[in-house]
Design a binder for this molecule. Structure first.
Ligand code: FAD
Length: 392
C-alpha cells in the first residue's frame, strides 16, 4: 500500500494507529502525527499521582521512539480545521497538509457553558480529566488542603471518558487522606443514579473508608462559584476546600466542529468496519470521540483497539480491498481502590453484520471477585505494556 495518512492526536488511539500503520505497511505508507503536546501524559495511572503514589514522570512518555523506531513524522502543533472535500488539515504553525486519509483521535473536550461559572476557571476548579498540568495542580490542591477539609468530586452523566475513573479517584484521594488528614472528607457528587462501573466492588471499597467518604447519587451539578469553591446542585449548595469538577464532555473540538455526523450533538457516528465518519469518506474517527457501540467504554484500552482496527482498514482500503471482515475488540479496565488493591472489568466485543456494529460477546469478560493485591501488579503491567504498544 502507498499513501499519506495524517493522524490528529497522539493519545491512546492516535499513537497506536500511527505506529501500526508504519509497522504493518513495512514503512511503505507515510504517516504524519500531529499532536499539540510535546510529550504523552497518560490518564491511566494519573489517579495514583493525585493520590500521592506515583509521580508525573511515571506517567509521561516521549514521542521519540515513534520518530526513530517507526519513521512516523511527529509534528507538535494544533490542528485548527479539517476540509474533507479537499482532503486537507490546517495547523496553527505548519500551514496546511494534504492527506489520502485522515484519522482523528482527539479525545474529549468539555461542553462550553454546561456548568455555570466554570468556563475559564480550571485553575481554581480543576478537572484533571486530561492528564498533564491539571493532574499536578489537583495533587497540589489536595496536598495543601487542611485536615478536616472537604474534597468534593463531581461526576457528569454517562457516557463520559473512563466509566470507573471517578470512583477510582475518590478511593485514592480517601486513601491519601486516611493516612495523612483523617478528619477530612471525600464527597462524591454523582449526576448518575448509581455507580457506573464495577458497582458492587466500588460500593465495598467506599464502605471501607467509613465516614471519610460519602457517595451521593443523583447529584446534578448546576453551577459553581469558583473563587469560594462552592458547588450548586439542584437542591443543595456545597462548600468544598478542593472542588474537582469533571465537566460534561463531547468529542474533541476538531471532530465536534468539522461538520461530521454527531449523535446527541456530542459523539461522532462511525461505520464500524472502517471507522469512517458516516457519509464522510476518508475521515476516520476513533477513541473517546465516537458514539460507542453497546456497553463499549470510553477507555484507553478501547482506543488502542480502535487504532489497530483502523490501521488494518486503511491498509486494505489503500489496496482497493474491503476494510475489515468481522473485527473483535476487547477491553480491560483496572481500578485501584487503595495503595495496593485493585479490581478489574473486562469485555469482548464482536462485529455483528446484521446490526452493523460490535456487540458484547456473552459470557466473555466480567469483574474481579474481590479487590486483591495480585491485580495491583497486573494493573501496572497493563499500563507499561500499553504505553510500549503505542509508543515504544
Ligand atoms: P486521548 O488519549 O486523550 O488523546 C487525544 C490526543 O489528541 C491528546 O493528546 C490531545 O492533546 C490531542 N489533540 C486533541 N485535539 C487536537 C488538535 N486539534 N490538534 C492537535 N492535537 C490534538 N482508560 C483505560 O483503558 N484504563 C484506565 O485505567 C484508564 N484510567 C483513566 C483514568 C483517568 C483519571 C482518566 C481521565 C481516564 C482514564 N482512562 C483509562 C481513559 C483513557 O484515558 C481515554 O479513554 C483515552 O485517553 C482515549 O484515547 P483517545 O485517543 O481517544 O484520546
Amino acid at each position: 500500500a502507498k499513501g499519506h495518512i495524517v493522524v490528529v492526536g497522539g493519545g491512546f488511539g492516535g499513537a497506536t494507529v500511527a505506529k501500526y500503520l508504519r509497522m504493518w505497511s513495512q514503512g511503505s505508507v507515510d504517516v504524519t502525527l500531529i499532536e499539540r503536546n510535546t510529550r504523552f501524559v497518560s490518564c491511566p495511572i494519573s489517579n495514583l499521582v493525585i493520590g500521592g503514589l506515583q509521580q508525573m514522570d511515571d506517567i509521561t512518555v516521549s514521542y521519540d521512539n515513534l520518530r526513530e523506531n517507526w519513521g512516523v513524522k511527529v509534528i507538535t502543533d494544533e490542528v485548527t480545521a479539517l476540509d474533507p472535500d479537499k482532503r486537507m488539515v490546517t495547523t496553527a504553525r505548519h500551514g496546511t497538509l494534504g492527506y489520502d486519509r485522515v484519522v482523528l483521535s482527539p479525545g474529549i473536550d468539555f461542553i462550553p457553558g454546561a456548568v455555570a461559572g466554570l468556563d475559564g476557571n480550571e485553575e481554581l476548579v480543576p478537572h484533571a480529566w486530561k492528564a498533564g498540568p491539571q493532574t499536578a495542580l489537583l495533587r497540589k490542591q489536595l496536598e495543601d488542603m487542611p485536615d478536616g477539609g472537604v474534597f468534593a468530586l463531581t461526576i457528569p452523566r454517562a457516557p463520559y471518558r473512563c466509566p470507573p475513573g471517578p470512583y477510582e479517584r475518590a478511593c485514592l484521594v480517601a486513601n491519601y487522606l486516611r493516612d495523612t488528614k483523617p478528619k477530612s472528607k471525600v464527597l462524591v457528587l454523582d449526576a448518575n443514579d448509581e455507580i457506573q462501573s464495577k458497582k458492587g466492588l466500588f460500593t465495598k471499597a467506599f464502605e471501607s473508608y467509613g465516614a471519610l467518604l460519602e457517595y451521593v447519587p443523583g447529584s446534578k451539578l448546576e453551577g459553581v462559584d469558583a473563587a469560594s469553591r462552592k458547588a450548586r446542585l439542584e437542591f443543595d449548595e456545597i462548600k468544598a476546600d478542593v472542588l474537582n469538577v469533571i465537566p460534561p464532555m463531547r468529542a474533541g473540538n476538531i471532530a465536534a466542529q468539522a461538520g461530521l455526523p454527531l449523535i446527541n450533538e456530542r459523539w461522532v457516528d462511525v461505520e464500524w468496519l472502517s471507522m469512517e465518519a458516516k457519509g464522510v469518506p476518508g475521515v476516520h474517527v476513533i477513541g473517546d470521540a465516537i458514539f460507542p457501540a453497546p456497553t463499549m467504554p470510553k477507555s484507553g484500552h478501547m482506543a488502542n483497539q480502535h487504532g489497530k482496527l483502523v490501521a488494518a482498514a486503511i491498509l486494505n482500503l489503500l489496496e482497493g480491498k474491503a476494510p475489515n471482515a468481522a473485527p473483535v475488540l476487547m477491553n480491560t479496565c483496572y481500578s485501584f481502590v487503595d495503595d495496593k488493591n485493585v479490581i478489574h472489568v473486562a469485555s469482548v466485543h464482536q462485529y455483528n453484520a446484521e446490526k452493523q456494529q460490535p456487540l458484547p460477546v456473552e459470557g466473555a469478560g466480567g469483574v474481579s471477585a474481590a479487590a486483591n493485591e495480585l491485580e495491583g501488579k497486573f494493573a501496572m503491567g497493563w499500563a507499561r505494556n500499553i504505553w510500549a504498544d503505542m509508543l515504544a
